[in-house]
Structure formats: structure tokens, C-alpha cells
Ligand binder design. Structure first.
Ligand code: NAD
Length: 700
């Protein structure tokens, strides 16, 4: 079956002779390295070939080229024409802005109505706005050239359904480089150029049998950049496979090589603007779907420039497919002066906007204007949060309930906030998803939430001498001094220090030093896995760690089974506690914990031997025990255990001093880089670290 055009008349196209065409600047990846490399004669010959082919199926009009505007030849980018209304483009790059007045003049002279677009965002015409032939539907590309908010303005002018598609590959900078709508509700497109959420939109709107997903080879040959005229599909090149698939739909592919224009990133379709887009009016109520595009005004103040915070805010918006417009900016002109910024944030839907706002809140951004209560939704299934639940950060958070701001308790990362209005005042608590109970009300979206980030925190100056960051060997002694100073003060005021330790503590000779700190009252809880306890007990019983003699540093005959013997020994005596009570375990980290009533939690893992009787192999129970022991901690010392340190980091609110000691800078950076100034990373050998720390705290 040959597809039918929406109107029986011959299609009408606008082109521009390539008299002044050339690659003269770089505004897309195709142009890189190609300045001055387009051959004018070859370009002209290819363009003539295209014109020859098109003129067999369409009536052609020509706009006079202008010297100094090399890309004017790509007429598709000049604007969007729907019925008799021409919306001129607002080019993203200054290099192309000079083209627009010439096109406006041409359309005015030819009797078209000129509609100017509201707002100020970039809009690149039929490069990004593609009409589905015969339907009141505009596929709308954004993310590289055209800005998201421009489609709100397009929506004001045109009565069309608008489906927003986010471009994610700079090589496919306009939607028409990777997406081609065909009559009969069909499309040809290159999925990898689009964000997965945009691919989902296409999947929802177009049935599988009406979609062709082209290969990378076809995409890079600009096979999607096609001029569709009745049953003809005119493009630069297409593989046999694509041609035969299009043939099944009744399209004959006509290949017109336009490689000289591809040096600029454009091909057949870019060189053509359709002048006869007769778009039917939306016929039923359901056909006119208002554009969902959402906008919220936000503000942020602080050290926006010198800390790069503003850049992070803007990146968060754009990286997640949103857009922004800065409404007001007041620069801090001195080092001691804050900057302030007000901006509009745009996203393709409310849920998407909430997702972006949730991340902005964590950077200290506030939603402006009338404050609303947090939106609460009930838990319908135990252990399952409402889909739009707000996911927490480590920072102190408040939620607005019945007009009042209430602080959230048990702050931690990656949890939901449960609000209990049955008490007065209402209470808000962080709760991990699996612990949610049916009927509990959970904060959803991003409204009515306030976060106090490190940027605003008054502890900024106090901890500056130990600001976030990883330290190398050279600074270790200085850092130990400041950690020790802090640990002394915490002990004096009966505060809480939690140690998270891995077996490397024992292997590196750190166990006696850690044991000394426990005995000296510097540790109020110990968190680890099976291994720290196994190797500590091995050392206490046999003087080895993983079979290595701790005094002489050599492998002991038969030592390879010492850790198993240690496990067996403890199991024989009941438990670690029982072994200490029975007087058969007399030294080491675990011994001091039992002796000094320091609670410990050993979380199991897949690689555990034994395990020891106290090791919790039920991880949910282990996480709960960790959380309990971490509650109220003033300082957490993480010693060479990536697994447990990261787990603990997620459970810990901002404001708790976090000291991460590891030989691997990547582990330290991951933990210290929580945006919280109370975190410090020390890249060093944990045995030496503990030795220095214990000597400083307990000199005898
Ligand atoms: P991990 O990989 O999570 O952490 C080890 C960390 O120590 C790494 O980040 C590494 O960079 C660091 N490190 C290595 N040498 C160091 C040094 N000299 N100084 C400072 N840092 C150093 O591994 P893990 O915490 O040892 O173990 C993960 C899990 O496996 C735990 O649950 C543990 O109990 C279990 N495990 C069990 C057994 C056993 O049952 N016998 C043995 C080993 C591990």
C-alpha cells in the first residue's frame, strides 16, 4: 500500500542555493576539524542533484542566499511553518542568528502570517519541531539546541499535541537528524540519540509495527534526515536493510549524496523546509493534550561563585533533562559576601520537576513564593512507598504540615519521610522503605520541604581546619592531632564515638591500638563484619592474622587454618561473650568490647567463614542494629572497610563527624565527599594511623 499525502496537491518546498555555503565555524561535533574543508563545486553539484530529485515530486521555491551566512542553505532551521503561520527560529548560536530576518522577510513577502514566539529560549524551527504528517502532532526535540521552555511558547501559538523528546547525543543535535515522522502515524528513528524516557514516549504513542529503529550506520549516514514526498524517501544514504524495511511500508528510497553538507552536520532534510504543512485541527477533546511542561521559581544564596555551587545547581537541572532561566542574580563582590540567584526551573512533567527539585533542595535551593504544605500520600502496601515519595538526604530537613515547619527526626539518606498528624505537634521521621506500614502518610514530591545544607551550616568555620577532602601521608600527623583533640572532648562530655572497622585493622597491626582506645573509653560502639572479629580473635589466640605471625611478619606453619580454628574455638565456647566470660579469650578488640560493655554489631556477608555466633546473617536485622548503634553518634571513625563504611555513611545524618581512613583514595573520596564539611578522609595505612592515634590519646 502506498502511503497517501494529507493533501492531493504536489508538496511545496523551500531551498537556498549554496552560493556562500562552507564550514566557517564550529557549532556542532560534525564541524570540528572541517573548517574550510567543504568543496564549493562539489557542494553545488550535490545540491543540484538533490534539487533535481525533489523537483520530480514537489514544487520548489528558493530564497536568495546571503554572503556571510554559510548555513542559510539549511532552510529547515529557519522556523516552523504550520498551515499559513510561520514561527521564525531563535537560533541558539550567534553565528546563525543573522539568517532569521531574511527568512521572515521572505515569508512576509509570500503572504504568510508571522507569529513571534514568546519567551527568550532558543528555538530552531523544523530542525527540532517535526510534524507528524496528517495529524495535529508536533514531535519536539530539546536538550541540545532548542530549549525546553520554548515549546510552552510554541504551544501558545499552535493548537497541537506536543510530545517532548530529549536529545542526548551532541552529534544528533537536532531532532531531524535522528527522527523522521512518516504519513500514516509511522516513524523512522535512531533510539540511541534519545533519552530512554523519550524512547518510552515514542513506544507509548507509536505501535511497534509502525516504528523502524535504524542502525548506528544508518544514523551516522543521516538516513533519518529524509525528505518524505508521497511514497518517496529522499536521503543521503540508507543501508539495504533500511531500504527493504521502508519498501515493506510502500516507500521507495532515493539516495542523494550530500556529503559536503554533512561536514557541517546537515543532510537532505536540513536543506529543505516544507511549505505545505496542512495540519488538521484537533478533532476531539482527547486529541488536544495540553503540554505538560512545568515551571517553578527557586532561589539560592551562598558562596555560589567561588565554590562552584551555582554551576552544580545548573548542571543538576540540565543533566536531568530540565531547563532553567536565571531571573535575577546578585553577585557577592567580596570574599565575605554571599551571592543570590533566582531562577525558573522547567521540566517536561510535574513528576520530573519534583525529581529535579529534590536534588536541588539538597544543594540548598529553596522553592520561592507561596509556601505550600508537603504533599502526603498514604502507604497502600506495607514496605512499599508511594511512587512519588521524596527520598531523603543526610541534611537536617523540615517539612511543612498544616502551615508549620516541623523538623524531621532520625535523618538519614535514601529514606522516606513519614508524617504523623495524630500527635500535637505533628511528627516527621525518616523511615526506610521496607519499614513503612500500611496507612502511614509519606511526603511526596518536593513541595513543603526545606533542607539545611552544609553551605548554610554555622559549623562551617569551626571545622574549616579539617575541611572535607582527602589527605596524603604528609598531613596525617596534623590530622591525627585534630581528630584526637575532638575525641578527647567527646569523651569528656560523655559523647558517642562509633568505630567501623575491617579486618585490615588486624592485618596491619592496628588491633592492639584499637583495643587500647576501647579500654580507654574512646569507643562507644563497634561496627564491622565477621572478619574483624575472626582475625582479632585469631591474633588473640594464636598471635597470627590470616596465618601471618604478627610479631615477626612471617607465615606460620599451619597458620592458614588459624582463622577457622578461631571460629571453631568460639563456637565451641558458645559465643565471643561466653569465651570472654569463661576466661579463654583474654585480649584484643572483641575482648575489650565485652570487658568494657561496648556494644558491637557484626554484619554478615556472602564471603564469611563460620560465621561467628554473634555475626548477624539476617542483613535486615544487621542494618537495624547498625542504625540503633549509630543513633546519637558524635563522631564515626571508619577504618579500612569499604563495605561497612559506605553502608554507615548512608545511615548517617550531616553534622556527625565522619573520619574515613583507607589506603585507597577512591574509597576515602567517596565517603568524605558528602558535601558535608564535617567529613574528612585520610589516605594512609590504617595500622600506622591507629598507632599514632592511640599514642597521642593514651601516651603510656
Ligand atoms: P572491603 O573491601 O569492604 O574493605 C577493605 C578496605 O580496606 C578497602 O577499602 C581497602 O582499600 C582498604 N585497605 C586495604 N589495605 C589497607 C591498609 N593497609 N590501610 C588502610 N586501608 C586498607 O573489605 P572488608 O571490609 O575487609 O570485607 C568485606 C566483607 O567481607 C566484610 O563483611 C567482611 O567481614 C567479610 N570478610 C569475611 C572474611 C572471613 O569471614 N574470613 C574475610 C574477609 C572479609
Amino acid at each position: 500500500m502506498t502511503p497517501k499525502e494529507t493533501n492531493d496537491a504536489r508538496p511545496k518546498l523551500l531551498l537556498c542555493r549554496p552560493d556562500f555555503y562552507g564550514v566557517q565555524y564550529v557549532i556542532n561535533p560534525w564541524m570540528e576539524g572541517n573548517i574550510g574543508r567543504a568543496d564549493p563545486n562539489k557542494a553545488r553539484a550535490q545540491w543540484d542533484g538533490l534539487v533535481e530529485t525533489l523537483s520530480q515530486h514537489a514544487d520548489l521555491e528558493f530564497i536568495e542566499p546571503v554572503d556571510g551566512l554559510p548555513d542559510m542553505v539549511f532552510t529547515a532551521n529557519c522556523g516552523l511553518l504550520v498551515n499559513d503561520t510561520f514561527i521564525p527560529s531563535r537560533m541558539r548560536y550567534a553565528e546563525r542568528r543573522g539568517e532569521t530576518p531574511y527568512f521572515v522577510e521572505w515569508f512576509r513577502d509570500h503572504g504568510y502570517e508571522i507569529a513571534s514566539l514568546g519567551g527568550e529560549g532558543a528555538f530552531e524551527g523544523e530542525g527540532d519541531g517535526l510534524l507528524q504528517l496528517g495529524e495535529p502532532l508536533l514531535w519536539s526535540g530539546y536538550g541540545v539546541r532548542t530549549s525546553l521552555q520554548s515549546y510552552a511558547a510554541v504551544n501558545e501559538v499552535l493548537d497541537l499535541r506536543i510530545h517532548l523528546l530529549r536529545l542526548v547525543d551532541e552529534r544528533f543535535y537536532h531532532l531531524d537528524t535522528c527522527f523522521c515522522p512518516l504519513p500514516g502515524g509511522r516513524v523512522v528513528y535512531y533510539p540511541d540519540a534519545l533519552h530512554p524516557e523519550s524512547r518510552d514516549i515514542i513506544h507509548k504513542v507509536i505501535k511497534p509495527e509502525d516504528r523502524i529503529e535504524v542502525s548506528t550506520e544508518d544514523a551516522l549516514n543521516f538516513a533519518c534526515n529524509a525528505v518524505v514526498l508521497g511514497g518517496r524517501y529522499v536521503c543521503n544514504r540508507a543501508t539495504d536493510d533500511l531500504r527493504s524495511r521502508l519498501a515493506e511500508w510502500g516507500f521507495e528510497v532515493e539516495m542523494c549524496p550530500v556529503t559536503e553538507f554533512m561536514l557541517s552536520g546537515g543532510a537532505a532534510k536540513c536543506l529543505v523546509l516544507r511549505l505545505d504543512h496542512a495540519v488538521p485541527a484537533a478533532s476531539t477533546e482527547t486529541e488536544t493534550i495540553a503540554l505538560e511542561l512545568c515551571e517553578t521559581e527557586v532561589e539560592i544564596q551562598g558562596d555560589l561563585l567561588d565554590t562552584g555551587l551555582l554551576t552544580r545547581v545548573l548542571d543538576e537541572i540540565v543533566d536531568d533533562g530540565g531547563s532553567f532561566e536565571i531571573r535575577d542574580f546578585e553577585a557577592g563582590l567580596r570574599a565575605d559576601q554571599y551571592s543570590a540567584c533566582e531562577l525558573s526551573v522547567y521540566a517536561p512533567s510535574r513528576a520530573h520537576l519534583d525529581r529535579i527539585l529534590a536534588r536541588l533542595l539538597a544543594l540548598g535551593v529553596r522553592v520561592r513564593g507561596e509556601e505550600n504544605d508537603a504533599s502526603l500520600q498514604p502507604v497502600l502496601k506495607p514496605g512499599v512507598a508511594p511512587a512519588a515519595f521524596y527520598s531523603t538526604t543526610i541534611y537536617p530537613t523540615e517539612v511543612r504540615v498544616a502551615g508549620s515547619w516541623i523538623p524531621v527526626v532520625r535523618q538519614r539518606m535514601d529514606a522516606a519521610i513519614v508524617v504523623d498528624e495524630s500527635v500535637d505537634p505533628a511528627a516527621a521521621t525518616c523511615r526506610i522503605i521496607r519499614d513503612l506500614k500500611e496507612g502511614e502518610r509519606v511526603v511526596c514530591g518536593a513541595e513543603g520541604i526545606r533542607i539545611h545544607t552544609a553551605a548554610e551550616s554555622s559549623s562551617h568555620e569551626a571545622f574549616e581546619f579539617m575541611g572535607a577532602g582527602a589527605s596524603s601521608e604528609r598531613r596525617v600527623e596534623g590530622i591525627i592531632e585534630s581528630i584526637a583533640w575532638d575525641m578527647d572532648r567527646i569523651r569528656e562530655r560523655n559523647g558517642k564515638i562509633v568505630v567501623v572497622a575491617g579486618p585490615v585493622v588486624v592485618h596491619t597491626g592496628g588491633a592492639p591500638h584499637l583495643a587500647k582506645l576501647i579500654a580507654g573509653g574512646y569507643v562507644q560502639a563497634l561496627l564491622g563484619g565477621n572478619a574483624i572479629a575472626v582475625h582479632d580473635i585469631e591474633r588473640a589466640l594464636y598471635g597470627t592474622s590470616l596465618g601471618v605471625d604478627m610479631e615477626r611478619g612471617i607465615n606460620v606453619l599451619g597458620g592458614h587454618r588459624h582463622h577457622l580454628d578461631a571460629i571453631n574455638f568460639i563456637r565451641d565456647h558458645g559465643s565471643i561473650r561466653d569465651a570472654v566470660d569463661q576466661g579463654v579469650l583474654n585480649s584484643g578488640v572483641m575482648y575489650e568490647c565485652v570487658k568494657h560493655n561496648v556494644p558491637f554489631s557484626l554484619a554478615g556477608s556472602i564471603r564469611d567463614d563460620g560465621p561467628l555466633p554473634e555475626t548477624k546473617m539476617d542483613l535486615v536485622a544487621a542494618q537495624a542494629e547498625y542504625a540503633e548503634l549509630l543513633n546519637g553518634a558524635d563522631l564515626i571513625l571508619m577504618l579500612a572497610s569499604m563495605l561497612h563504611a559506605i553502608g554507615v555513611g548512608n545511615m548517617t545524618p550531616a553534622g556527625v563527624r565522619l573520619i574515613c581512613v583507607d589506603i585507597n583514595p577512591a574509597v576515602v573520596t567517596k565517603l568524605a565527599d558528602r558535601g558535608s564539611l564535617e567529613s574528612v578522609g585520610v589516605v594512609t595505612d590504617v595500622g600506622s594511623f591507629l598507632s599514632l592515634l592511640s599514642r597521642r590519646l593514651i601516651p603510656s
